[in-house]
Write a protein that binds this ligand. Structure first.
Ligand code: NAD
Ligand code: IPM
Ligand code: MN
Length: 371
């Protein structure tokens, strides 16, 4: 965990400051983003940071979600996006998250949703007898297809005869590129107790023979090109069980958009919860978006209860994307240090507030910087 394994980064840009867009969003989004950004200065890499206001507040004031031109601006003039969370009970149809978060995933073609499932301290693991080395894998979630494309509709709405359809879109190109990304990640040499890297593809082809038959056929073809990798397959129901029963069997898991969404909250749970789960929405070599796995948590927003560690770990992934692996590693080490010292928020069994936990990370970081 403290060592970066990240083959999807930007080309070097010597002599130029990287440009980072920050979308703090709703609920605990701004609270955790504010903490994470405190790490930028001590990490010593000058970044040009620009904040964008897109959120429920902004929408309620202006009716604007993702403005026209935003996609082009972000794609052409920014290196990465640091994102908090979107979702607010005052906007019950979720239009802001749909337009901004899904809009950026689709519009910037961020087809890899990379979500590490990496245990920082065995105290945080709810599974009996599991140690850090047992819970240490990545999930690659397809991020631009599936039911998320929102093709479909409803008919005879609000009548007893209502019909509702959400199509599950799967393309050969989309399936193949996420499976290839899984092998790219598996082929990066990394610290592991076993000799050959392992890729496990998760689908539900027994019930969805058309859509997930495509996943199976594509997986077999790509797997055959990688005889050095141990390739396996699980149906998603069994995969959920195995995340809990034998997480040590996984190195790289590749799956569809919706299954990846669900499995990665389970992945977060076996590491201590959503407060420590980071993610990147990535197009290799292009402007990509980094966000904690958690949402806006309206139940705890504004109370100083939010755990900022997922946001710090997310920022570490953003540094990896910029090619600043040393900064990413230092930040991960600082987070690990505060977790081991128990300097954490209540969701992890500690006593600290959001900002006190941020103080602890900053102290660990500046201590680490002096070493
Ligand atoms: P959630 O992740 O916001 O919260 C689930 C539970 O985990 C809550 O009890 C919350 O208090 C807790 N939790 C989450 N993050 C935490 C943190 N950092 N520290 C401590 N506890 C934390 O999921 P939800 O309640 O299903 O969704 C709330 C809103 O967020 C919805 O509008 C949803 O659509 C949205 N959402 C947005 C994103 C995103 O922007 N990427 C992701 C998930 C959910
Ligand atoms: C996530 C979230 C989103 C998703 C929601 C907010 C649309 O749950 O990033 O995991 O389902 O992708
Ligand atoms: Mn989710």
């Amino acid at each position: 965990m403290t060592q970066s394994v990240y083959p999807f980064g930007l080309a070097p840009a010597p002599g130029r400051r990287r440009r980072i867009a920050v979308i703090a969003g709703d609920g605990i989004g701004p609270e955790v983003v504010a903490q994470a950004l405190r790490a930028v200065e001590p990490l010593g890499i000058a970044l040009d940071i620009q904040h964008f206001p897109w959120s429920a507040d902004h929408y309620l004031k202006t009716q604007e979600t993702l403005p026209k031109g935003a996609l082009t601006e972000l794609r052409e003039h920014f290196d990465a996006i640091f994102f908090g969370a979107l979702g607010d009970p005052r906007v019950p149809d979720g239009v802001v998250a749909k337009d901004v978060l899904l809009g950026l995933r689709f519009g910037l073609d961020l087809y890899i949703n990379l979500r590490p499932v990496q245990l920082l301290d065995e105290k945080l693991c709810p599974l009996k007898g599991k140690q850090r080395r047992d819970v240490n894998f990545w999930v690659l979630r397809e991020n631009t297809e599936g039911p998320y494309v929102q093709m479909g509709g409803s008919f005879k709405r609000d009548t007893p005869d209502e019909v509702a359809i959400s199509e599950d879109l799967n393309t050969r190109r989309g399936v193949e590129r996420i499976i290839r990304a899984a092998y790219t990640l598996a082929n990066v040499p990394h610290d592991s107790s076993h000799k050959s890297p392992r890729v496990c593809m998760v689908d539900k082809a027994n019930a969805l023979p058309h859509a997930h038959g495509l996943w199976q056929r594509t997986f077999r073809q790509v797997a055959a090109e990688h005889p050095n990798v141990s390739s396996s397959h699980l149906f998603v129901d069994v995969a959920a069980m195995e995340f809990v029963r034998t997480p040590e069997r996984f190195d790289v898991v590749v799956t569809s958009n919706l299954f990846g969404d669900i499995l990665t909250d389970l992945g977060a749970a076996i590491c201590g919860g959503l407060g420590v789960a980071a993610s990147g929405n990535i197009h290799p070599g292009r402007c990509s978006l980094f966000e904690p796995v958690h949402g806006s948590a309206p139940d705890i927003a504004g109370k100083g209860l939010a755990n900022p560690l997922a946001a710090y770990l997310t920022l570490a992934m953003l540094y990896d994307h910029l090619g600043e692996h040393d900064a990413g590693d230092r930040l991960r080490r600082a987070v690990e240090e505060v977790v081991l010292a128990g300097l954490v928020t209540r969701d992890l069994g500690g006593q600290l507030s959001t900002s006190e936990c941020g103080d602890a990370v900053l102290r660990a970081l500046t201590g680490a910087t002096r070493n």
